[in-house]
Design a protein. Structure first.
Length: 513
């Protein structure tokens, strides 16, 4: 079929997909842009690139940011943050032309740790903070394709896509390869080992410095696009991506590596008594890992040598999993709150409920991933049944986590089962707002909460909104009370909620005595 100007990229994509089948990647790009659009896009890319390369973070800045999302792993955060700063400061010096007097050794990183401890999450958040393009893949994907090196190079090309087509920005990106330990090959292997060592050698070239063609020679559609470019412009512009400043971070669980380390150093040197080290002993062992251990594990010597920064993430305890649920900004509970909120249902989590989830997740032995598994089992039927019920909220307690089916039936039989407890929760939030805005501690007794709930029900109003309405217009009194009372605490009794004006006036008089 002749290719000419009658076919748009979209039409060519459709035709090629029909001719070549769904297994072939088709990427013909977008319609050509007008000169003005190209100028605007180039300027936008330049500003983005300058913003990224301005890089003014200190290691402590990066660690503080990571602390918001990743629980524990303090040592790993410090090492990662320091290596990241070194790397991007080097790029800055290179961009300014001030880095010619010494040869910089790129600090590619290897992350060790069991599944679900936050290895990927650490790197994702670093890339998000810095603003550089980030590509993640599993090393096992490439072990299945053997010596087809173009597949590995697609990681570099994907950086360009993540950078919005800006090659210079992509050349400062981060490539993250998980399950890298699966590429390790036994040292006694004879002949071609296409599942591991071949991919290691291909990755080795990328980790050092090489030029990767923007178009893959194995991508038929890419070659078709080059043909179209030649027909329209009379030439084919050869674009490449230089990998000199692309940071490679690899990770894996490395099961069995501790045995290699023990044999090398002798377990008696650090007081090991059992055959299988515990979490603390394993951490001490990983602190002593050397390139020779990775080589014995099955890595090429050159490959291990291109990963000078070794970071170990520790296994998570029940307390760690609880902290992830309660304190992490990336807590999975936010997802579940949003899922239920989509149906107009509020869900609240008690400390004992979160700790019960954490204990069950620890039994899964998959780290933080176990939290998702447990939550899915606990809330599966709640998600299905509650949207069709009059239930507008519930509280996740230890009892609910232990017996979700039993508690669900109770809730369906009594939609107001948690109403008073939820109201208490919301009123505690209202009290925090008053404290933060006016500097005065105002709380509610259980009897006052019950009075508010009863009065709201009689008026056919939402109890929390009814309580907020009662406080409207009393901002001046609250400010005055805050100044007069200082750190004093005030508790609203049932009689007080009926006439807040008189209550505040009495409190203010008493505070000035």
């Amino acid at each position: 079929m002749p290719f000419d100007d009658r076919f748009s990229p979209e039409e060519l994509r459709r035709i090629l997909q029909e001719r070549l089948g769904s297994g072939v990647r088709i990427n013909l790009g977008a319609q050509p842009q007008r000169d003005g659009e190209e100028t605007d896009e180039a300027e936008s890319r330049r500003r983005k690139r300058e913003e990224v390369l301005r890089f003014d973070f200190k290691p402590s800045d990066i660690k503080k940011y990571l602390d918001r999302f990743v629980i524990r792993q303090d040592d790993a955060k410090k090492v990662l943050a320091t290596a990241i700063c070194d790397h991007y400061h080097h790029i800055q010096r290179t961009q300014r032309g001030t880095d010619e007097w010494f040869e910089y050794k790129k600090q590619n990183i290897i992350l060790i740790g069991p599944t679900g401890v936050g290895k990927t999450y650490l790197v994702q958040n670093i890339a998000r903070l810095i603003g550089v393009p980030f590509v993640k893949a599993d090393a096992t994907k490439f072990s299945e394709t053997g010596y087809v090196g173009g597949d590995v190079e697609d990681l570099v090309r994907e950086l360009v896509a993540q950078a919005g087509g800006d090659i210079e920005l992509a050349e400062c990106g981060i490539i993250y390869l998980d399950e890298i330990d699966k590429l390790a090959s036994p040292t006694q292997t004879i002949g071609r080992d296409v599942s591991g060592r071949g991919v290691q050698r291909t990755l080795l070239k990328l980790m050092e410095e090489t030029e990767v063609p923007l178009r893959s020679p194995t991508d038929i559609a890419g070659q078709m696009q080059a043909l179209m470019e030649f027909q329209t412009k009379g030439r084919i512009e050869k674009k490449t991506i230089n990998t000199q400043h692309i940071l490679f971070i690899v990770s894996g669980a490395f099961s069995g590596l501790t045995e290699i380390i023990k044999r090398r150093i002798g377990s008696k040197q650090i007081g090991f008594t059992g055959d299988k080290p515990g979490a603390e002993e394993e951490h001490k062992l990983f602190e002593k890992v050397r390139a020779a251990d990775f080589i014995e594990y099955g890595f090429e010597a050159e490959f291990a040598g291109r990963l000078p920064v070794v970071v170990h993430c520790e296994a998570l305890t029940v307390d760690d999993l609880f902290d992830i649920l309660k304190y992490s900004e990336g807590s999975i509970l936010k997802q579940y709150r949003a899922d239920f909120k989509a149906y107009g249902i509020d869900v609240y989590f008690t400390d004992d409920g979160m700790r019960a989830i954490a204990r069950l997740a620890a039994e899964e032995q998959t780290g933080a991933r176990g939290l998702m598994s447990v939550c899915e089992k606990v809330f599966r039927d709640f998600k299905y049944c509650l949207p069709d019920s009059p239930v507008r909220g519930f509280v996740v307690t230890e009892e609910l986590v232990r017996d979700p089916q039993g508690k669900l039936q109770e809730l369906l039989a009594d939609p107001g089962l948690f109403a008073e407890r939820i109201l208490r929760w919301k009123l505690d939030g209202l009290a925090r707002e008053i404290r933060e805005e006016h500097g005065v501690e105002v709380g509610f007794t259980d009897e006052a909460v019950q009075t508010l709930a009863r009065e709201a029900a009689e008026l056919g109003k939402d109890a929390y909104e009814y309580a907020r309405e009662k406080f409207q217009g009393f901002e001046p009194a609250l400010r005055l009370l805050g100044k007069a009372a200082g750190s004093s605490h005030f508790r609203l009794q049932p009689d007080d909620v009926g006439d807040l004006g008189s209550t505040f006036e009495r409190w203010i008089r008493e505070s000035y005595r």
